[in-house]
Design a protein around this ligand. Structure first.
Ligand code: F6P
Length: 381
């Protein structure tokens, strides 16, 4: 019998966090189960920062369906298996605080913890599950790269934001006869770039899965010019790289030890400059950035998040712990966290989103790739 459950949101935020939280709370309330938010991701388990979530009059979970962000916060550096501790003398140590977290979970009486997050978050969840904690994961990320599911919540909103940006770049690009480059997020997967390129009518989409030849891209633009189309729209995934070349990196971030601290970014500018030189057309880059993560979720993401939230609670009621709610063949399903983490062994105890993670990348037989090619979107190869 479940009496008390906790929800944590972890990793970079997405539109749809709150919709999942609301769905879990509502389903839980239908079964007289008390729901708590664990504040700021896994951090909340150490700080014992728990907040009652309810949809009763005055409750925290009212009116949150359209809200961006997360009412219970989120964290990008709360790897409790390798946690950064700053001592009083300023020295830094990395400690395994997982047992302390488990003690707090037991003391507070959580019967299950829902972990809303991407591959790094679910790896932590798997490790807590191995240590006996009841966990159920929900796959989140704008990057759409969590293994074992066809779609993550937050992704559709990111694609929609990118599509709107492309619509706007179209009119200014056409007016000034320019090449308009849009750099989108996605880390080592090209889902956002590819899908938004199709939705936004782009001419070129460069994705990490297909290293590009800039001369082929320039030819595509030249051919358009010959047909009287003296502007072009190019979508570049932040993780795209040229054949035989490297990733373009903006800097590093401090997400802890053993995790991916690469701050991707800058490839859009590089591509724009090269295309200007090669084609003689003026080129401009726009980097879309965090717009893709903020604000209200699309209708699709509201529904997907609600489905995921209710499925997660159902799994908990059925006692199917150590699993991730997923979409398989278009339907709600579940898989073991073990399978989700897969052979993600190359990196530290808890981390994710590195090139070596068990990520779901774009495959060449994906309908999006075929569709893009069929309508003449140049993929840089
Ligand atoms: O994984 C989600 C994501 O938004 C990526 O698309 C992007 O590379 C990264 O997070 C940015 O991370 P941060 O919030 O650390 O800048």
């Amino acid at each position: 019998m479940l009496k008390k459950v906790g929800i944590l949101a972890n990793g970079g935020d997405v539109s749809g966090f709150n919709a999942v939280i609301r769905a879990i709370v509502k389903t839980a309330e239908n079964h007289n189960i008390e729901c708590y938010g664990i504040i700021d991701g896994y951090n909340g388990l150490i700080k014992k920062d728990f907040e009652l979530l309810s949809t009763a009059e005055g409750g925290e979970a009212i009116g949150i369906l359209p809200l961006g962000g997360s009412i219970i916060g989120s964290s990008t550096n709360s790897n409790l298996f390798n946690y950064k501790v700053v001592n009083q003398d300023g020295s830094v140590e990395y400690k395994d605080l997982s047992d302390e977290a488990i003690k707090n979970i037991k003391e507070f009486g959580f019967d299950c913890i829902f972990t809303l997050g991407g591959d790094g978050t679910q790896k932590s969840a798997r490790d807590f599950s191995t240590k006996g904690v009841n966990v159920i994961g929900v796959p989140k990320t704008i990057d759409n790269d969590v293994a074992c599911t066809e779609i993550t919540f937050g992704y559709n909103t990111a694609v929609s934001v990118a599509m709107e940006a492309l619509d706007r770049l179209h009119t200014t690009g056409a007016t000034h006869h320019r090449i308009m480059v849009l750099e989108v997020m996605g880390r080592y997967a090209g889902w956002i770039a590819l899908e938004s390129a199709i939705a936004g009518g782009a001419d070129v989409a460069l994705i990490p899965e297909i290293p590009y030849d800039i001369n082929k891209v320039a030819s595509k633009i030249e051919n358009r010019k010959k047909r009287g189309k003296n502007f072009s729209i190019v979508v570049v995934a932040e993780g795209a790289k040229p054949i035989g070349g490297e990733l373009t990196i903006m800097g590093t971030r401090d997400n802890g030890k053993g995790v991916d601290n690469t701050k991707l970014g800058g490839i859009g500018q590089v591509v724009a400059k090269q295309l200007q030189e090669l084609t003689g057309l003026e080129a401009r880059n726009t980097t879309l950035g965090y717009m893709q993560r903020g604000g209200t979720p699309t209708a699709f993401d509201r529904v997907l998040s609600t489905k995921y939230g209710t499925k997660a609670m159902e799994l908990a009621l059925e006692g199917k712990f150590g699993t991730l709610a997923v979409i398989k063949n278009g339907k709600l399903d579940s898989v073991s966290l073990e399978e989700v983490v897969g052979n993600n062994t190359k990196i530290g105890a808890v981390s994710g989103n590195t090139e070596e993670s068990n990520l779901r990348k774009v495959t060449m037989d994906d309908d999006l790739v075929k569709t893009a090619r069929n309508i003449g979107i140049n993929l840089g190869d």
